[in-house]
Design a protein around this ligand. Structure first.
Ligand code: GDP
Length: 612
């Protein structure tokens, strides 16, 4: 019977999503409210005949659950598009999807199935921690129960003989913090929504974060043990957020649970495994290991300690690993229970000892051939980081936005405001600035102070995303993260200024143009190496003025050899904002240590030339 539930049948036949199968069924006159619906005998028969007529692989007989796709994938892929397009209803949007999706030659993932890595997100107090604790308590891998648990930021459970890895730090901040540097540890997100409270501000934030990560979202409607909870209300709210539950005709799997009593948790685990199967998560144990750092710290006795979740391959003791600019030979590996292991396979959270320093969260970890190779990679990365920093230092916010938008034709923003009213006003104003060629996409719009979560969401995006605040402030933690992650945050009190800035950025897209404005010239007369600071040039200002926040071009024998920014400007050990002609000063150039006596420093600023 199992083969006739739409979602399972779709999986067996290798459809990318059960929606595609539902569209085909619809074309055959079989309309079902959800992908969890079961096909009646005659409906299944009708579908089977159609499927055979199209010359495809024999679908599984009603009773069997043979995985057809795995046996005959090429045949299906070749035949499916034509078949689907013939019967798809001639409606624009669904048809397009129906025709295209199966036509995409799906690269069959190689290797063996690996455990899914799951993150738990949701509003504060909706039960994320309780859920994680309850699952851990009831489902620790067989034979391991009772052991002293050492939390390493993730744990693995076994359900129906299959493993699932849960990231133990709940919440979208941790989730996106891990993603902020471009790597993704998580395969799916469990959105916890308390049934008595419903969708709240942080629920909406969490949805935005999970969507930005592009991972499937499963909803756990929690606290159903509480008297008088109204599931319908929560489902309606979810539908409003674009997460229409599957029993309402949508695509979102929702499972009512009680983290407190454990009710519904088995079904939740089952659904996680089902989604994992649909996602075809695989790993090849023969490959060198690849993973993502999810936790790291400096241990007073063990040195740098990092926890990674492995995505592929096998990690062994003595392997040489690189993570960002940290590297080392693995001295010891510990599993999620603090036990020493000699090798770790994909999906397993593993604690690694032996790195040169503490790597940041969310960066990939990889195994390389030798220490020499590791060092080379690290050096290249350091150089790259330095260059990127320098380059970025030249650009104004408008330039950054303009450049980002120019690449994609979309300007991506996160918008926060003090009230719902001002949020709407600002959103409307921004929408009016859109043109046919350029769209503004607001990744997340919310009420309240700009917080760490907003900045992390911006940082984690592949594209340049700026955070704009309207009549709100930036909280200190968010400020710190914004500086570290180089996210631009702007706050405004007047809506006109906000739209003006964005308008200017968009205008710059047409043709951003800069003009150099020379403001001064200095001659290097002495060079001083200062510990912890670097090379400082003792200069004499020959012309104009030297400004602290200006750009500098180093000229040697008449040729430019470096261009960058001033890092500091001093007169008699005092930081100053400017030094006029015929005076002496000390200049430190950011990222340049090679300055020599006799070099000439051209001091200039960049001005944007408006083209409209
Ligand atoms: P988090 O902030 O999302 O991690 O939420 P917690 O797991 O800390 O839970 C917040 C509160 O809700 C705690 O007092 C929990 O005991 C309670 N809670 C969590 N899950 C349930 C549940 O399923 N039923 C009931 N009645 N209370 C729950």
């Amino acid at each position: 019977m199992a083969s006739r539930q739409i979602v399972k049948l779709a999986k067996e036949l290798g459809f990318k999503s059960s929606k595609e199968l539902m569209e085909i069924l619809k074309g055959l006159g079989i309309e079902k409210p959800s992908n969890f619906s079961v096909l009646e005998e005659d409906e299944y028969e009708k579908f089977r005949k159609y499927y055979e007529r199209r010359g495809q692989a024999e679908p599984a007989p009603p009773q069997a659950t043979a995985p057809l796709v795995r046996e005959a994938p090429p045949k299906r892929e070749d035949a499916a598009p034509a078949a689907v397009s013939v019967i798809a209803p001639p409606k624009a949007a669904p048809q397009e999807e129906t025709v295209q999706a199966p036509a995409k030659p799906k690269v069959k993932p190689t290797g063996q199935p690996r455990p899914p890595v799951v993150a738990v997100l949701g509003h504060v107090d909706h039960g994320k921690t309780t859920l994680l604790d309850q699952i851990r308590k009831t489902h620790v891998a067989q034979g391991e129960a009772g052991g002293i648990t050492q939390s390493i930021g993730a744990y693995q459970v076994e359900y129906q003989g299959k493993k699932i890895t849960f990231i133990d730090t709940p919440g979208h901040r941790a989730f996106t913090g891990m993603r902020a540097r471009g790597a993704q540890a998580t395969d799916m997100a469990i959105l916890v929504v308390a049934a008595d409270d419903g969708v709240m501000e942080q629920t909406r934030e969490a949805i935005a974060h999970a969507r930005a990560a592009g991972v499937p979202i499963l909803v756990a409607i929690n606290k159903i043990d509480k008297p008088g909870v109204d599931l319908k209300r929560v489902k309606a709210q979810l539908a409003e957020e674009g997460l229409t539950p599957e029993d309402w005709g949508g695509e979102t799997i929702t499972v009512p649970v009680s983290a407190l009593t454990g009710q519904g948790l088995d079904e939740l685990l089952e659904m996680i495994l089902l989604v994992a199967e649909l996602e075809e998560l695989r790993a090849d144990p023969k490959r060198p290991a690849q993973g993502i750092i999810i936790e790291s710290h400096l241990d007073p006795t063990r040195g740098p300690v990092a926890t990674a979740i492995l995505r592929d391959g096998t990690l062994r003791e003595r392997d040489v690993v690189v993570a960002g600019t940290a590297w080392g030979r693995v001295r010891a590996l510990l599993n999620d229970r603090g036990q020493r292991i000699t090798e770790a396979s994909a999906g397993l959270p593993v604690l690694i000892l032996g790195l040169s320093h503490v790597p940041p969260l969310g960066i990939p970890l990889e195994v390389v051939d030798s220490p020499a190779q590791a060092k080379k990679i690290v050096e290249e990365r350091q150089e790259q980081e330095r260059r990127a920093r320098l380059q970025r230092a030249h650009l104004t916010w408008e330039d950054v936005l303009a450049r980002a938008a120019a690449q994609k034709g979309v300007l991506r923003l996160i918008l926060k405001a003090d009230t719902l009213g001002s949020l709407e006003a600002a959103t409307n104003e921004l929408q009016q600035l859109q043109t046919d060629d350029l769209k503004i996409e607001i990744l997340f719009a919310g009420v309240g102070t700009i917080n760490e979560s907003d900045v992390l969401l911006a940082a984690s995006s592949e594209d340049e995303v700026s955070v704009l605040g309207f009549r709100v402030e930036l909280d200190p933690k968010a400020k710190e993260v914004a500086e570290g992650e180089q996210v631009t945050v702007r706050t405004y009190d007047i809506i006109y200024q906000l739209t003006e800035d964005v308008r200017k950025a968009l205008k710059g897209l047409v043709e951003p143009e800069f003009k150099e404005l020379k403001i001064g010239e200095a001659e290097v007369r002495g060079v001083f190496k200062i510990p912890k600071v670097g090379t400082v040039a003792g200069c004499y200002v020959r012309d104009g003025v030297v400004l602290r926040h200006a750009q500098v071009r180093v000229m040697r024998n008449g040729s430019p050899i470096f261009q960058g920014k001033l890092q500091s400007l001093k007169r008699f050990d005092q930081d100053v904002r400017e030094v006029p002609k015929d005076k002496e000063c000390g200049i430190k150039i950011e990222g340049f240590e090679d300055v020599k006596v006799g070099d000439r420093l051209e001091i200039f600023t960049l001005r944007r030339v408006d083209t409209l």
